[in-house]
Design a protein around this ligand. Structure first.
Ligand SMILES: [Mn+2]
Length: 310
């Protein structure tokens, strides 16, 4: 049986607390459970105070065979930041904006370069998605077309240097497919629509439910995991895109990414978001699997445990 654990974002102490709450014990090869395995949905880095520590806990568990893990969009950004193309330029430009985005990770990584190198190498080996007998794991969105394309074009199913260089160079279908899995589906506003979020920043796109049709819905209806409100009026049909939906009869998908706080958990009979937004005032969430059928009761959450460093 499995325990699916949500986005950690450098909150190592909270992660330890969660593992203990799930009856995992710390052994010589890291945390383990005699009968269960953990599955991490990605986003280990950025935001929180203990990036190396978080990576260490997760890597040990994965290496010992006591856990599985996929990459999140934050790992992708960090990898692209530290990976050079064939001309020696970084895939993700070393601009103030990009550095600020990975600030916490950057600050820890610069203190120990050999350690950084070792963790980057490990992150490059993690899969973009996982298929178990009874369920599926991806960081943000399960899109079968994107997965089929990636299976064909990236059979190693990881963000190794060669694949990263290729997608950042081409910026084509494979890049899009990777982004879809790791960042989910977004709706781009038409140019003449100006929307400001709670901080007053202009938004040009927002995160939407990738499992529901948008035809006949309002902007707010299809919004998922955004911190700002959207217009309640119906989306003009010429703006509606037909998206491949995730059938209710398919295997359950567990994902993170959407920072749902207390609302984390089942969003439908076969869809479960385990991101409780721990690094942004939320909670750390896990789904403790037992039967095939998903139940909201199986959601376990722990409050954030403050780091001793603070
Ligand atoms: Mn994410």
């Amino acid at each position: 049986m499995y325990d699916i654990i949500g986005d950690i974002h450098g909150e190592a102490n909270t992660l330890k607390h969660m593992l203990l709450s799930l009856d995992y014990v710390e052994g010589e090869e890291g945390y383990f459970h005699p009968e269960r395995k953990a599955v991490f949905v990605g986003d280990f880095v950025d935001r929180g105070p203990d990036i190396f520590e978080t990576l260490s806990i997760v890597r040990k568990m994965v290496t010992a065979g006591n856990a599985f893990a996929v990459v999140g969009n934050h790992e992708l950004n960090v990898l692209a930041y530290y990976t050079k193309d064939e001309d020696g330029l970084f895939l993700r430009e070393h601009s103030l904006k990009n550095r600020t985005q990975i600030k916490k990770t950057y600050e820890e990584f610069k203190l120990d370069k050999p350690k950084r190198k070792s963790y980057l190498k490990w992150l490059r080996s993690l899969p973009l998605f996982l298929e178990f007998d009874n369920f599926r794991i991806v960081h943000a969105c399960w899109d079968q077309d994107a997965i089929d394309l990636l299976k064909k074009e990236n059979p190693e199913n990881c963000l190794n240097k060669q694949f990263l260089r290729k997608i950042y160079f081409e910026r084509g279908k494979l890049f899009k497919a990777t982004m879809l899995l790791l960042k989910g589906r977004e709706f781009n506003f038409p140019d003449d629509m100006i929307l400001k979020d709670a901080y007053g920043f202009k938004r040009s796109a927002y995160r939407i439910k990738w499992w529901e049709p948008m035809e006949g819905k309002s902007f707010e209806d299809i919004s998922f995991g955004n911190r700002f409100h959207l217009p309640e009026y119906t989306i003009p049909s010429q703006l509606c895109k037909e998206i491949p939906l995730y059938p209710e009869t398919e295997l359950p998908v567990f994902f993170g990414h959407y920072c749902l706080g207390d609302n984390a958990g089942l969003v439908r009979n076969n869809l479960c978001c385990v991101d409780g937004c721990v690094a942004n005032g939320g909670i750390l969430v896990a789904y403790r699997m037992d039967a095939k059928e998903l139940k909201q009761n199986n959601i376990i959450s722990v409050k954030k445990v403050r780091s001793a460093q603070v």
